[in-house]
Design a protein around this ligand. Structure first.
Ligand code: PSU
Ligand code: MN
Length: 306
């Protein structure tokens, strides 16, 4: 048996792949652990529609009944959204246990990349990647997403990473691991809710066709994954200082309550949502949709170049 023996690709996604049409992978931890119900379901549906609007086929990825699924039915999407935190948050090391138990699993950026690669999908849209947590020099809390970007042949389109992470350290680890971070229309690493972080990127491209060309070349060279950093649109952004206070409060709450390890990111997301009266969620939804549109454009350009 091999990894692909556990894959179940929907007929629509399979047909698109066979015909060399553009496909965009989407993750599901953002549905189960990243947003509350019902906004998680509405967003998951809108993001799929945005991918279609951009001329690509969406392949939302999750683990259901012992199968690695690429392309979900509407009922499966709803099931994931309703289960929320009752579903497992599945990172690389959780894959085998979850397949054996048959539990429902939302896939993180790391596992979504693995399943996308196995399915033959090269472009993936998400909100923000996991990274190096603040205080990692004490806790060693560094997301498995970074390791996966280093080794797995998938391009991930994100709005940077939330400043609940240590962004300079996150960029350092990506550099160490040889992951290109490409700014789409920006010279700076975007900070999720805010367009800029003050951290300069080495690579900037303003056209999706150029980004597709870089991704294709990186894949040809066998160098692993690519991170495309696409800033939140101006009209949706939350000013850096305003959100920063809330993030600091959320981190202090997590410390006080002793929240750590895989529970930390979902806890912080929920706490920031509460502390901003839901404003963080509005921005989060807008940026994921923006990433889906850009990812579709890149996927179309990639498939045209094949
Ligand atoms: N960042 C967000 N929203 C999310 C996540 C990260 O702004 O929903 C999720 C993604 O699925 C990411 C995961 O892969 O959290 C990272 O978790 P950890 O730090 O435990 O690796
Ligand atoms: Mn972690």
């Amino acid at each position: 048996m091999a990894f692909t023996d556990y894959l179940e690709i929907s007929s629509e996604v399979q047909a698109a792949l066979t015909a060399n049409k553009a496909v965009v992978a989407l993750e599901s931890t953002i549905i189960t652990h990243g947003m509350p119900f019902p906004q998680n379901l509405e967003t998951a549906r809108q993001v799929e529609a945005d991918v279609r609007g951009g001329g690509a086929v969406p392949a939302t990825i999750a683990i259901i009944n012992g199968k690695l699924k690429a392309g979900l039915t509407s009922a499966e999407l709803e099931h994931l959204a309703r289960e929320g935190h009752s579903a497992a948050k599945v990172s690389r090391r959780d894959l085998a246990p979850i397949l054996v138990s048959g539990a429902l699993g939302g896939t993180t950026v790391a596992t979504t990349m693995m399943i996308a690669e196995a399915a033959g999908v090269g472009v993936f849209a998400t909100g923000g990647i996991g990274g190096v947590h603040r205080g990692a020099e004490q806790t060693f809390d560094i997301s498995a997403d970074l390791e996966e970007l280093a080794r797995t042949k998938v391009a991930v389109v994100c709005a940077g990473a939330k400043s609940l992470l240590d962004l300079p350290k996150t960029l350092e680890v990506l550099e160490t691991k040889g992951v290109p971070v490409i700014g789409y229309g920006t010279d700076e690493f975007p900070a999720f809710y805010a367009r800029s972080s003050g951290l300069k990127l080495d690579q900037r491209f303003d056209e999706v066709a150029e980004i597709a060309a870089v991704i294709a070349r990186h894949f040809d060279l066998g160098l692993g994954g690519v991170l495309v950093a696409n800033p939140i649109l101006e009209q949706d952004a939350i000013e850096g200082a305003a959100i920063e206070k809330r993030i600091a409060e959320a981190i202090a709450d997590a410390d006080r309550q002793g929240v750590s390890r895989k529970d930390l990111t979902p806890f912080l997301l929920q706490r920031i949502f509460e502390l901003t009266d839901g404003k963080s969620l509005v921005a989060n939804i807008a940026l994921v949709r923006n990433n889906a549109r850009v990812a579709a454009g890149i996927a179309v350009a990639l498939s045209a170049g094949k």
